[in-house]
Design a protein around this ligand. Structure first.
Ligand code: CMC
Length: 428
């Protein structure tokens, strides 16, 4: 947009520069607004109209259902790529050649050992602890075991931190689940691919050999790719803003995990399955839940529906719905919950409440059904989302630091009491 934006406040006109992205997205640059207007700021709760940064990682066009990582469509990546090459792409900007891929994978494997003392921390959590709380704590605790901070001006230092967290994180994921299940904590098998190793670390039983199922590894590979990045969502913005204070990578990721946990964000995948189970136990009465979701006096929302940015369809949901059918078919699982989900989707797609508000199934509507078929416990679903989102968070953190972004510090408009005198307690 070559035009300037003109803003008029109290009869005074201000010219504001504009900004155009590579996909022709347009923005008004308000970075100097406060200074030039003598204190006027913008207000936008929930940041529905605020671009927090410029970024070259992920492009998302909600109205058309487009999602691309570094220019590659999500459809193509989900169908053809391997999660680790997508991670490399997101973090470093290009798909790796074979040599780069092998070195990346080998370095990740070398760094995958987690200090034995971390087991003592896991032991201290009650079995009832939610895995997202455990994972966030363990990720933060990694800082204590790897105290050197990242010198962001050193490419080598940055690379080492990236491979370290990509190596250790799946171990923490697997240990979090195994601890809850009372299984011994151990490492996987470095002869395997990244995704296959995750499965083995999670599911290997102590008394038997673990045989990798290509159905499960393909399904997990796809799910992780679909979740790998989603530009400036709640958890990614958290990672960027925490990192903007120059807090370390692991501390920033730990904050991102906490943000992801909420049911309006990543926690929706657990909430969806719990909702579908509740509908099933209630005799499959989807109409009752549709009515609850539409009732403004009822806080219930149809979990897995709606998205801040996608107002047409979520391309990830389209891919995942097909994958759910395939995986359940391949595994020979006949899950009545899938039928309930499909029924609910049809009802919502034909209901004026959902149509008018442009509420469509999002990525999490069907992901839980696949995770369930894979034998992953419901409480672990959001942890699996975190495992997928890890490269996106790392890429965004790295970009933010390399661009030398200033500390994130929003403004506010104060609406509280004006100045008043203190009254001693006996006189109140
Ligand atoms: N069920 C019923 N009503 C809904 C729903 C829903 N799932 N989502 C939005 N609405 C209504 C909302 O009540 C509002 O109605 P009205 O205009 O009459 O007040 C309108 O739709 C707009 O909703 P909003 O809350 O202003 O929209 P938002 O962009 O702020 O919220 C959302 C987006 C995803 C938080 C929301 O749609 C939601 O809570 N969905 C359910 C949770 C969910 O599935 N989250 C996963 C998101 S995808 C995974 C991820 O990337 O995190």
């Amino acid at each position: 947009m070559s035009d300037k934006a003109i803003l008029e406040i109290g009869g005074e006109k201000y010219e504001l520069p504009t900004y155009t992205g590579t996909e022709n997205e347009k923005a008004i640059d308000i970075s100097k607004l406060r200074g030039t207007t003598n204190g006027v700021i913008t207000i936008d709760p929930g940041y529905k109209n605020t671009g927090a940064c410029v970024s070259g990682i992920t492009f998302l066009e909600g109205d058309k259902g487009i999602l691309r990582y570094r220019g590659y469509s999500i459809e193509e990546l989900a169908a053809k790529a391997d999660f680790l090459e997508v991670a490399y792409l997101l973090i470093f900007g290009e798909l790796p050649n074979q040599e780069e891929y092998d070195r990346f994978h080998s370095d990740i494997k070398k760094k995958s050992i987690v200090d034995e003392d971390v087991r003592k921390i896991i032991d201290a959590f009650p079995k009832t602890a939610h895995p997202m709380g455990v994972l966030s704590s363990l990720t933060s605790a990694l800082t204590a075991f790897n105290p050197s901070s990242v010198n962001v001006d050193s490419e080598e230092d940055m690379y080492n931190s990236v491979v370290k967290i990509l190596g250790k994180f799946p171990v923490l994921v697997a240990w979090t689940m195994r601890k809850k299940q009372g299984l011994p904590l151990d490492y996987g098998d470095t002869s395997l691919g990244y995704v296959e190793n995750v499965l083995k670390m999670m599911f290997r039983q102590p008394h038997e050999e673990y045989v990798i199922s290509p159905i499960l590894s393909n399904a997990l590979n796809k799910l992780l790719i679909l979740h790998a990045d989603h530009e400036q969502n709640c958890s990614t913005s958290t990672v960027r803003i925490v990192g903007s204070s120059h807090a370390g990578l692991f501390a920033s990721l730990s904050a991102g995990i906490s943000a992801l946990w909420g049911p309006l964000h990543g926690g929706a995948n657990q909430a969806v399955l719990e909702m579908l189970k509740a509908i099933q136990e209630d005799g499959g009465d989807t109409a009752k839940y549709m009515a609850k979701a539409k009732d403004k006096n009822d806080p219930f929302r149809l979990m897995g529906f709606g998205h801040r940015v996608y107002k047409n369809f979520d391309p990830r949901a389209t891919i995942i719905k097909v994958a759910a059918d395939e995986v359940l078919g391949d595994l020979g699982v006949d899950d009545p919950i899938l039928d309930i989900a499909k029924g609910l989707e049809q009802e919502a797609l034909n209901d004026p409440y959902f149509v008018d508000r442009k509420l469509y199934p999002n990525v999490d509507f069907y992901s839980g059904i696949i995770y369930r078929a894979m034998g992953i416990p419901t409480e672990m679903f959001t942890v699996m989302f975190a495992l997928g989102r890890l490269p996106g968070w790392i890429a965004q953190w790295r970009e933010m630091r390399l661009m030398k972004e200033p500390i994130g510090r929003p403004r506010q408009i104060y609406t509280g009491a004006t100045e008043r005198a203190f009254i001693p307690v006996e006189k109140r």
